[in-house]
Design a protein around this ligand. Structure first.
Ligand code: NAX
Ligand code: K
Length: 485
């Protein structure tokens, strides 16, 4: 269930399943049954109100109302339109509901101890306003469990954006596979707990749709990890050059710690001579070299990966260093100052990118480098990757990673503790360390985001950036032990 389907792809999967012989009303019955399962396993029978819209999301609501009543719940149902306006499976299930169909109004909420939101799902086509918007506000202001069916009403399934107003659910039950809007902010928060339930759509049907978007999970990139061979030596594990700042040395010290922990065979910090003792004294296992030698170092193909940007400074020197090093087509991570230095001339950077390159902007850096690219985070990451020829990783609570070939992944681990100084430097170091070992750039970016997020979630409150590299052996051990032996 790692694939994430757009609403259009989900409609396609529904259609193909129906064409292959499973009637639509069976899918709807399965959907309603799944929601009722999730509700009754969490809450004891009580007074529930089901809010139904004019489409199939409302159709699910009629199934849910019937099944909850059969389970001994007291149920009221409100419908947004006249019942004779319903069509297809929704109309069929309205006939199967023998309770009252009330007009949708705030009066329906009085005495409700649980509310089921079946107003709009995948078919949300425009901004919610007027009476429906007022109702959504009233529902959100209440203090009873709120269960959204498919997506919380008002959340755009493809983007996670709010169209007008949106329900803030405690639980969202969706079907077959998640949609981007379940994981992208603000949709991710509005969903509450997310449960994905099978409703009888075959895995092969999903595969046939060829989804290119995944939840970022080890299953997506585990096979691409370059574990050391029994008879291997450090030179087989790559030699990363971490280009450090002359004064802001902390950032590249974090890069170096992370890259070494994740397995880079050798690591050299390249910086102004005056700063080298600071780097050298941080850890006896690193090497140092003066930045004047960078070109010479890059001519030696054993130096196969570079991280530049954290703490390096913004300006002409940074730009020319980067253009110079990109010429060698080494695996490259460009972060922080490396990105901001190209704000005025981003196309110079994109033109120079030829080898495997990962850009790791936060939202501010992204806007400076791609000022004309707009839309939701996923759309923007994909457009930026296509334009730059690099893998683009937009950081945040809903980190998105996109490759130039169209593949993309969304991080689904909640780790708010990562919002701390130096955390991004560690991420760059992990990516660089993985690429130095030969991992594909997109896989390396995805794996790094996963390790980083898991470290954040595991360490929790009190986390500082220095803790993340130290936690990597635990997570790498977990991945290592999960390999089929
Ligand atoms: N066979 C299928 O396709 C299945 C569909 N299922 C359910 O069907 C849903 C999709 O059904 P639909 O495509 O009918 O879409 P929806 O039920 O989400 O809504 C479509 C209807 O809402 C109206 N509408 C859209 N935005 C509006 C707005 N802002 N204000 C007022 N009216 C608005 C549209 O004109 C249309 O009448 C899914 O979310 C899921 O819950 C499930 O039953 C599983 C099977
Ligand atoms: K809904």
């Amino acid at each position: 269930m790692l694939e994430i389907l757009t609403t259009e792809q989900m409609y396609d999967a529904d259609r193909k399943t129906i064409e292959a012989g499973t009637p639509g009303d069976v899918l709807m019955e399965n959907a309603g049954t799944a929601v009722v399962d999730e509700i009754t396993s969490r809450w004891s029978p009580r007074s529930a109100t089901v809010l139904c819209g004019p489409g199939n999301n409302g159709g699910d609501g009629f199934v849910i109302a019937r099944l909850l009543r059969n389970a001994g719940w007291s149920v009221r149902l409100g419908l947004l339109c006249d019942v004779d306006k319903l069509t297809g499976d929704a109309a069929l299930n309205a006939k199967r509901w023998d309770g009252a169909v009330e007009r949708l109004s705030p009066a329906l909420l009085v005495g409700a101890e649980l509310i089921v939101d079946c107003l709009f799902g995948a078919g949300l086509a425009r901004v919610i306003d007027g009476e429906i918007a007022d109702l959504v506000h009233t529902v959100n202001a209440g203090n009873v469990p709120l269960i959204a069916v498919d997506v919380p009403t008002g959340v755009d399934g493809n983007t996670g954006e709010i169209r007008g107003v949106a329900i803030k659910a405690n639980l969202t039950v969706t079907f077959c596979r998640a949609k981007p809007g379940h994981y992208l902010l603000p949709g991710r928060v509005l969903c509450g707990e997310l449960v994905i339930r099978d409703i009888g759509i075959a895995d092969q049907t999903v595969r046939d749709i060829r989804p290119t978007l995944m939840r970022n999970d080890p299953a997506c990139w585990r096979a691409g990890i370059h574990w050391p061979d029994l008879d291997g030596h450090k030179y087989h594990r790559g030699h990363l050059l971490a280009v450090g700042g002359a004064t802001m040395t902390g950032a590249t010290r974090l890069v170096a710690r992370a890259a070494r922990r994740v397995g880079a065979g050798l690591l050299t910090v390249v910086a102004e001579p005056a700063a080298l003792p600071v780097y050298a004294s941080d850890s006896p296992g690193i090497m140092t070299a003066p930045i004047a030698n960078l070109d010479e170092l890059l001519k030696d193909c054993r130096h196969n990966a570079v991280v530049i940007g954290p703490g390096f400074g913004i300006g002409d020197e940074t730009r020319s260093r980067i253009i110079q090093l990109l010429h060698y087509c080494r695996c490259t991570v460009l972060d922080a100052d490396a990105l901001t230095s190209f704000s005025e001339q981003p196309s110079t950077l994109f033109f120079a990118i030829q080898g495997p390159t990962v850009l790791t902007p936060h939202e501010g850096e992204f806007a400076r480098l791609f000022p004309d690219i707009e839309g939701d985070k996923l759309t923007r990451a994909r457009a930026a990757a296509k334009r730059s020829g690099a893998t683009v990783l937009i950081k945040g609570a809903d980190t998105v990673i996109a490759a130039p070939d169209g593949r993309a992944a969304i991080s689904v681990i909640n780790a708010p503790w990562l919002a701390t100084a130096g955390s991004g430097d560690v991420l760059s170091g992990i990516i660089g360390g993985l690429m130095a070992q030969g991992m594909d750039m997109f896989d390396a970016a995805c794996m790094a985001v996963w390790l980083h997020a898991r470290a954040g979630a595991d360490i929790g409150p009190g986390l500082i950036a220095e803790d993340i590299p130290k936690h990597l052996p635990v997570l790498l051990g977990e991945l290592w032990r999960s390999l089929p032996k």
